[in-house]
Design a protein around this ligand. Sequence first.
Ligand code: G6P
Length: 465
Amino acid sequence: MKQLIVVSNRVPSPQKDSGSQGGLAVGVMNALSRTDGLWMGWNGVLEEDAEAVAPNAYEHEGVRFATFPLTEEEHELFYVGYSNEVLWPLLHYRPDMVEYSRDKDRGYQRVNQRFADQVADQLEDNDDSAIWVHDYQLLSTGHFLRTRNVDCPIGFFLHIPMPPWETFRILPRQERMIEHLCAYDTIGVQTETDLEHLLDNVARSGVARVEGHTIVFDGRRIDTGVFPISIDVDAAREMAERGAHSPRSERLKASLRGGPLIIGVDRLDYSKGIYQRFRAFEQLLENTLSRYGNITYLQIAPLSRTGVERYAALRHDLERIAGHVNGRFSSYDWMPLRYLNTGYDRETLMGFMRQSRVALVTPLRDGMNLVAKEYVAAQDPQDPGVLMLSSFAGAAEQLDGAMLCNPFDVEEMADMLDAALSMSLEERKARWQRLHEVISTHDIHRWGRTFVEALNASAAARHGE
Ligand code: G6P
């Protein structure tokens, strides 16, 4: 393979702190920085004549980039509309939030075609590159690459969940989506459950046949597999060690005045279950106030997808409940819930995580959730904190040392928080060791390597090598 070309909607911006970037940017950057890779995607800018603009090439942290703008209309239909008002809620098991229209659907197809054109334009005849397309925004990109006669290996990785058929079939024209998925050589998902659903959805759509873990479509074979995304464990640990001694961390520590810290770090998204968490915290305060003294819960939640209405509504709800909890329990010198929309650099975040006694990672549904893994990597092995993890996060299928909770049961979450806060050092260490073992053996390097190997193997089989 001459080079690996990664294609995703979002590429990490040198200016943006990673607290608001989501797992994809963090994970792929880590995977690419050690290979000779090119990363293509949207530059985050909207321009009137975007279609006429040539990609902008640059290098950042040892990776080559080629990025391009979108028009306002493309952004509205493809990104806000179809990606985040149709696919995101549906694939996170929230069909009640789906707002489909044919315009959005057409916009999505057009922009996927544009991504494919941008990539195809970079390729030479008989190019032996491999292309790795990422996430729900670009499901159809592989199909449009094939219509441009691109014959090199093309893989697809879905970072978010794949729901079961009864949910998936709510997607209008779901057969076309499955047909487009069949343009890839390899399809990767986060968990065994996602894979089971993917194969069942393909079979039940009637579009293609399924043989074991292989999809057979129009004489072609598409391999599928589970590739749980992860983090760079050593880098995260080092950042946490440095971050824990930063002036910000020192100030945070002093402000706690000896009380325990609970932490949450999420993009402000309804799938993350932040509202339920705030309610669980309120319940905890009600149940245990006199026992723990000044507990502080720090929720860092940078704004995300502000152009999508559901996110604005969630923001409003969170502001209301945060004000309610603080109004009810604060005293003149203590505020239990610190709710922030500011993002921080990773070193600061890891330092905060290292200082906290409990992490609340309680999404209602999540593809993987890298915050859970980052929290484990950030801990001091001699005095580790407790990870409270939703059993509906993909990470729960791997991280069995976590306290697994049901985020829909607020009272149970409050009881578990109580148990986490009073857990013995011995149990905390034992759980942490189990968690650490998993993340160190299944790290980001393994994720990138195994996917690319699988992609090369499927492509070689296709060419009968
Ligand atoms: C999740 C998705 C990514 C997305 C990220 C941030 O992690 O899986 O594809 O890039 O959220 O969301 P945004 O809409 O800002 O790109």
